[in-house]
Ligand binder design. Structure first.
Ligand code: RFL
Ligand code: PHB
Length: 393
């Protein structure tokens, strides 16, 4: 089998890359370890930056997002039991879209298949070969035990944090930057009405809580917890009691309960691996970097990476120019580090750190107080949250 770009991973990065390449006439094949229902049902991100929304709209993927997604003009920071509104549109002229990552994934898979794209699900033992040569290839085994080889010009490593592509780069040539946080998020999806129309990022003495949503009937709620928290210790009743507790305050916001449809615990880390290219292998999305979810940046970064990568590959095939492929890693990393900084800052601002003393806790609350009372500080938060402009060189 042969194609131009072999893509490993059918998450948002791999799927969108394949779609963007198709639009400029470049062929690709996607190899995905999991089956289609698993990939389409994986509950993860929920907030799309304006730039991500624009990419989806401009490339014909926006139809369902525009009818089912929820446009949010701002967000709420809550501390000492009071809400403080941050108005993105007033501060930046931009908004964000609340639309589940798995819905984006479903939309791109449907479009790729309608366009005759090839996605191989349940590909086992996927391995990248010859990445330092001009003729790389990918091998895998299908679910019946049959072995395959895909010859290609380039390999896109879109296989997430635990994939095989990043480790295929010689360790001596890689530099990794990492911060592991002393907490995780316990997330639930519930059939209950959101407590208000916009998200609430809430700091409480017992830790952070996030009140988010997917639709006007489905809420997505998170609680700061231990990084290795055993979900078995969290009955539905305990989760609701803790969510009510962290939302307490003088305005008595009323959190509606409902059946819990899904629960999971996510540890939190910041991670960047550089460079994002080795020979003919290009990393994109979570395979090269992870952000803590407090800034809602992970999927948006994956979209920005593949937007650059598709342009660089287009220039290679149409103009026989490798310049953009050469600057791919540096260009992506400028945006990635800004998103890392923002995600780290939001995480530091909104979580309870056991190692902080009473003085440091007061400084944290005072920083929140400053952010919500200064137009300059609110604008800084808002412009990062809605997404910094794409830099094209
Ligand atoms: P993915 O989505 O992890 O996809 C990688 C794909 O590769 C497959 N794979 C392999 N395939 C073949 N062979 C192998 N050896 C393979 N190994 C892995 C996997 O099965 C998978 O299908 O990476 P991608 O495409 O880079 O996308 C990144 C995003 O998924 C991630 O950054 C976001 O979900 C992060 N994130 C958020 N991002 C946002 O922009 N906004 C948010 O509001 C937001 N909230 C979140 C989040 C992530 C969370 N969790 C669970 C980590 C909230 C949470 C709780
Ligand atoms: C979500 O709805 O899953 C979500 C929203 C905002 C975040 C993280 C996750 O910062």
């Amino acid at each position: 089998m042969r194609t131009q770009v072999g893509i490993i991973g059918a998450g948002p990065a791999g799927l969108l890359l394949s779609h963007l390449l198709h639009l400029v006439g470049i062929e690709s094949v996607i190899l995905e370890a999991r089956d289609r229902p698993y990939v389409e049902g994986r509950i993860r991100a929920g907030v799309l930056e304006q730039g991500t929304v624009d990419v989806l709209n401009d490339t014909g993927l926006g139809a369902r997002m525009n009818t089912e997604g929820l446009l949010h003009h701002g967000t709420t920071l809550r501390f000492r039991g009071r809400n403080h509104h941050i108005d993105f549109v007033d501060l930046t002229g931009k908004a964000v879209m609340v639309y589940g990552q798995h819905e984006v994934v479903k939309d791109i898979i449907a479009q790729r298949l309608a366009d005759g794209g090839k996605i191989v699900f349940e590909a086992a033992d996927v391995a990248a070969h010859g990445i330092e040569s001009d003729a790389p290839s990918i091998t895998w085994r299908d679910k019946d035990g049959k072995d395959y080889t895909l010859d290609c010009d380039f390999i896109a490593g879109c296989d997430g944090f635990h994939g095989i592509c990043r480790p295929a780069i010689p360790a001596a040539l890689q530099q990794n930057y990492e911060r592991v946080y002393p907490f995780g998020w316990l997330g639930i999806l519930a059939r209950s009405k959101p407590v208000q129309e916009e998200l609430i990022y809430n700091l409480h003495d017992r830790g952070f809580a996030l009140f988010s949503m997917r639709t006007p009937e489905i809420t997505r709620l998170y609680l700061q917890c231990q990084p290795d928290e055993d979900i078995a210790n969290w009955s539905d009743d305990r989760i609701w009691a803790e969510l009510h507790h962290r939302l307490e305050g003088e305005d008595r916001l009323k959190l509606a309960e409902g059946p819990i449809l899904q629960k999971s615990v996510t540890p939190m880390r910041s991670f960047v691996s550089t460079p994002m290219r080795h020979g003919r292998l290009f990393l994109a999305g979570d395979s090269a970097h992870i952000v803590p979810p407090t800034g809602a940046k992970g999927m948006n970064l994956a979209v920005a990476d593949v937007r650059y990568l598709s342009r660089a590959l287009d220039a290679y095939y149409k103009k026989n120019s490798s310049d953009l492929l050469g600057s791919y890693s540096d260009l992506c990393l400028r945006r990635i580090w800004k998103a890392q900084r923002f995600s780290w800052w939001m995480t530091s601002l909104l979580h309870k750190f056991d190692e902080r003393n009473a003085f440091e806790n007061e400084v944290q609350l005072s920083e929140l107080d400053y952010v919500v009372s200064s137009r300059a500080a609110k604008t800084s938060l808002a412009e990062n949250y809605v997404g910094l402009p794409f830099e094209d060189q």
